[in-house]
Design a protein around this ligand. Structure first.
Ligand SMILES: C[S@@+](CC[C@H](N)C(=O)[O-])C[C@H]1O[C@@H](n2cnc3c(N)ncnc32)[C@H](O)[C@@H]1O
Length: 283
């Protein structure tokens, strides 16, 4: 049988749906446009009736097999869109999530009219938060991304270079290697407890544990980070943190216990509390 783009997409979508993908059509499209070297998925539709060679079908089949076994699309294609920018990702580095765009928005709103702030992104991973902030603020601030993972730092540096962003990246356990006072601490830290059964098996199998799990309660990293941020922030500076479903109240308490003022919680697009912001009082 001679496959066309349209027919192959339909078949791949059925296979991925049967294998439990939550977004079978999107996955099928992303993988086919990647496999054919297209710049965007739109090209699939402008070439819908184009027949494919046997080699093209075979290459695509291999990708669909990987996806059907649970490998995330972003690790297969090596790319993930975040805030409209394309980031390189690979095994060992967390795939940026759309929820995290809220964290970038919350910080951007508060720094967009200022200049020369020192902003630290803790647990930078692919660098998606630090680099998006750098792009959005047009290099007006000094942004540093830190991570405990060498692999994450390598990928983050490549992303900064590809997106022409002068973000500095540094190995550090939370803020321990930051020796000066800063204006903003932003972080999407690990916040899942070891025995949280809600985590997708696919995520646990393919994504790095150090990026996901925080300890017995899930608050261990957040708690240490809030404590360290209290020491490193300048008076009037702020911390913005992402956290998991159901953690908002405790994160608010932790911030207030450490003396942060005006603590606010922001909801993501699904209406779930997702980001906390606290200001270090002027003293
Ligand atoms: C949830 S991921 C976030 C990655 C990226 N910022 C994002 O939003 O996609 C958490 C990141 O924190 C890093 N990390 C975990 N423990 C850390 C620590 N103690 N100090 C610094 N980074 C840490 C992990 O390597 C991982 O890259």
């Amino acid at each position: 049988m001679k496959w066309t783009i349209g027919a192959l997409l339909k078949r791949a979508t059925e296979i991925l749906r049967e294998r439990g993908s939550r977004s079978p059509r999107l996955d099928a499209e992303l993988l086919l446009s990647y496999s054919l070297g297209f710049k965007s998925r739109v090209e699939l539709y402008t070439n819908f009736d184009r027949p494919l060679t046997e080699e093209e079908v075979e290459n695509y089949r291999k990708l669909i097999v990987r996806r059907a076994k649970g490998e995330p699309v972003a690790y297969i294609t090596g790319r993930k869109e975040f805030f409209g920018f394309s980031f390189k990702v690979e095994r060992g580095v967390l795939i940026p999530r759309s929820e995290t765009e809220l964290l970038v928005e919350v910080v951007y709103e508060r720094v967009k009219d200022k200049e020369g702030l020192k902003i630290i992104d803790v647990g930078t991973g692919s660098g998606c938060i630090a680099i998006s902030l750098c792009k959005l603020t047009k290099n007006k601030h000094e942004i540093i991304g830190v991570d405990i993972s060498e692999k994450a730092l390598k990928v983050a540096k490549e992303n900064a270079e590809n997106l022409s962003c002068p973000v500095e990246f540094k190995k550090s356990n939370l803020l321990k290697e930051i020796n000066e006072k800063v204006d903003v601490v932003v972080s999407n830290p690990p916040y899942i407890s070891f025995d949280d059964k809600r985590v997708d098996r696919e995520v646990v199998k393919f994504e790095p544990a150090v990026a996901l799990f925080a300890g017995k309660t899930g608050f261990e990293v957040i708690e240490s980070l809030i404590k360290e941020a209290r020491e490193k922030l300048k008076p009037g500076g702020f911390i913005a943190l992402e956290f998991g479903e159901g953690q908002g109240e405790r994160v608010k308490e932790l911030l207030e216990e450490r003396g942060f003022k005006g603590v606010k919680i922001f909801k993501d697009l699904s209406g779930i509390d997702r980001v906390a912001l606290g200001v270090k009082e002027d003293v």
